[in-house]
Each structure stands twice: as structure tokens, then as C-alpha cells.
Design a protein around this ligand. Structure first.
Ligand SMILES: NC(=O)c1ccc[n+]([C@@H]2O[C@H](COP(=O)([O-])OP(=O)(O)OC[C@H]3O[C@@H](n4cnc5c(N)ncnc54)[C@H](OP(=O)(O)O)[C@@H]3O)[C@@H](O)[C@H]2O)c1
Length: 251
């Protein structure tokens, strides 16, 4: 779908985990709308760097790679310092990166729970604290958190992942209230099952069952999630705040 959001042109979006999967499609769609990007990634292959160069040439945008390991708070601090020192102003923050872990409650160790929360929740909070400070000074901004239907529905076998996403859901609603007066909107996207590497890590039988029971009967595509993220970042969604928007093919 080729929506056009002219108000986004010239803005800058920070996206975590955009070297592949949903984040890469979000990055691509933003670039196609003339949005400059700070690509916060843990890894960047030569192929990915070449891809970014093509986007820059095709859409006349700037894309800056900033390396960060979300499992390491010090790495986040130095990444955010780098962005600050380069005087990059962030208009849009997309807290996208995440890891999946399927495991029943009784089989989820505390170490695994902490590991998943570190990446899916604490790291995003840390980044958001930096970015909010900058956005507040300018009195505007948009934040979009990548939640999941696992953080809304109680799904068996998703103790760590679902709880970390539920925390993102709460953070979104709470932040929208705290930040509205500063001109910052906060929403979350809650995808169902989307065709990326993340889904391939899940139990195939369980995935097929869930997809089979959904009304549209198929996996979603990263492009479909990116379309929603870009809409929520634009002025077209200016009256939407504090919402957790399911995009799940009717699960
Ligand atoms: N796919 C789905 O069905 C689905 C459903 C609901 C919600 N979501 C959410 O959507 C978001 C994107 O998922 P996806 O499907 O695109 O997954 P994906 O293809 O597995 O991509 C995950 C991204 O997160 C990054 N990441 C993971 N651990 C990191 C770390 N320690 N430091 C920095 N980056 C890290 C990965 O970087 P590396 O390449 O370096 O590993 C990668 O860019 C996640 O928050 C996920 O929970 C996905």
C-alpha cells in the first residue's frame, strides 16, 4: 500500500532492531516518506549497509547507524551519548527490537526472565528516558512501542515474553498520560504472528494452530506492521494517544 504522509518529510526517527524483520520494513517505509533514520542495531552486515546506501540515494534521506547491544545498559548509554554528541534531534522513537522465548511458567528460569526483560523492557525504558528528555525540550514527539498480542492475551507458554510485552503495554498507557502535556504522543502496536525469524523460533505446530484459528488464516507481513507504525507516527493519527493497536489478522 502506498500511503503518503507529507508531514513526515525531514523528520528523524530512531528505530531499534532495524537490520531485519519488522524493524527493517519500518525503516524502509520511513525512508520512502523522506524520514531520516538513526538505525540502532547490534549488527550490520555489508549487505545491510549497502541497502541503507540505496535507500539514502533513492529517497534523499540520511541514515546513521548507531551500534547498541540492548542487553547491556552501558552500551545503551554510549549509543545515546553518540546521538546527543552528533546533535541529532529525534522526532520519532520506535522501540522495536525484541527477543522471543517460549516456555511454560514452571520451566522459565529467573535468569531467562531477567534476560528477556532486559532486552524487551528495561533497555526500551532506558532509551525512552534519554529521548523523552530531548523531546520535552522541543515540546513535541511521537513514541511507538512494539508490544504483542502476547502482552494482552494470556497465552500459555509465553511467561517471559508475554510478561515483558505486558510491561510495554502498561508503559505505553502510563507514558501517554505523563507526556501529553509535553506534546508527545505514545502508542503501541500489538502484532499477532508476523512472518519473520522470530516466528520461526516458535513451535511450528502451535503457530499453525493459531493461524488456522484466526479469521484471516495467514501470517502477517512485516510490511503490514510498518504501514501502521508510519501512520501512527504521522499527523494523520494526531488524535490517537495511549492506545495499544492490535494488528493480528483476527486472532
Ligand atoms: N514476528 C512476530 O510474530 C511478532 C509478533 C508480535 C510482536 N513482535 C515484536 O516485533 C518486534 C520485532 O520482531 P521481529 O519479528 O522483527 O523479530 P526479528 O526478525 O527476530 O528481529 C529482532 C530484532 O531485534 C534485534 N535485537 C534482538 N536482541 C537485541 C539486542 N540484545 N540488542 C540489539 N538488538 C537486538 C535483532 O537484532 P540482531 O539481528 O542483531 O539479532 C533484530 O534486529 C519485537 O519486539 C517482537 O517482539 C513480533
Amino acid at each position: 500500500m502506498a500511503s503518503n504522509y507529507s508531514d513526515l518529510r525531514g523528520k528523524t526517527a530512531l528505530i531499534t532492531g532495524c537490520n531485519r524483520g519488522i524493524g527493517k520494513d519500518v525503516l524502509t517505509k520511513f525512508a520512502s516518506q523522506g524520514v531520516n533514520i538513526v538505525a540502532c542495531v547490534r549488527t550490520a552486515s555489508n549487505e545491510f549497509s549497502a541497502y541503507l546506501n540505496t535507500l539514502c540515494e533513492n529517497y534523499d534521506v540520511n541514515i546513521e547507524i548507531v551500534f547498541v547491544d540492548l542487553a547491556n545498559p552501558e552500551s545503551i548509554t554510549s549509543a545515546m551519548r553518540e546521538i546527543f554528541q552528533k546533535k541529532i534531534q529525534i522526532d520519532i522513537l520506535i522501540n522495536n527490537a525484541g527477543v522471543a522465548f517460549g516456555g511454560l511458567f514452571s520451566m522459565t528460569s529467573m535468569a531467562k526472565l531477567r534476560e528477556v526483560f532486559e532486552i524487551n523492557f528495561f533497555s526500551q525504558v532506558q532509551i525512552t528516558q534519554y529521548v523523552v528528555k530531548w523531546m520535552r525540550k522541543r515540546g513535541c514527539g511521537v513514541i511507538i512501542n512494539m508490544a504483542s498480542i502476547a502482552g494482552i492475551d494470556g497465552m500459555e507458554g509465553f511467561t517471559a515474553y508475554g510478561s515483558s510485552k505486558a510491561a510495554m503495554v502498561y508503559l505505553t498507557k502510563m507514558l501517554s498520560k505523563e507526556l501529553a502535556m509535553s506534546g508527545i504522543r505514545v502508542n503501541a502496536v500489538a502484532p499477532g504472528l508476523i512472518n519473520t525469524e522470530l516466528v520461526k523460533q516458535l513451535d511450528n505446530k502451535a503457530v499453525n494452530k493459531m493461524v488456522g484459528q484466526s479469521s484471516l488464516g495467514r501470517l502477517g507481513t512485516p510490511d503490514e506492521i510498518a504501514e501502521l507504525v508510519v501512520f501512527l507516527s504521522s499527523d494523520s493519527s494526531r488524535f490517537i494517544d495511549g492506545q495499544i493497536i492490535r494488528i493480528d489478522g483476527g486472532m
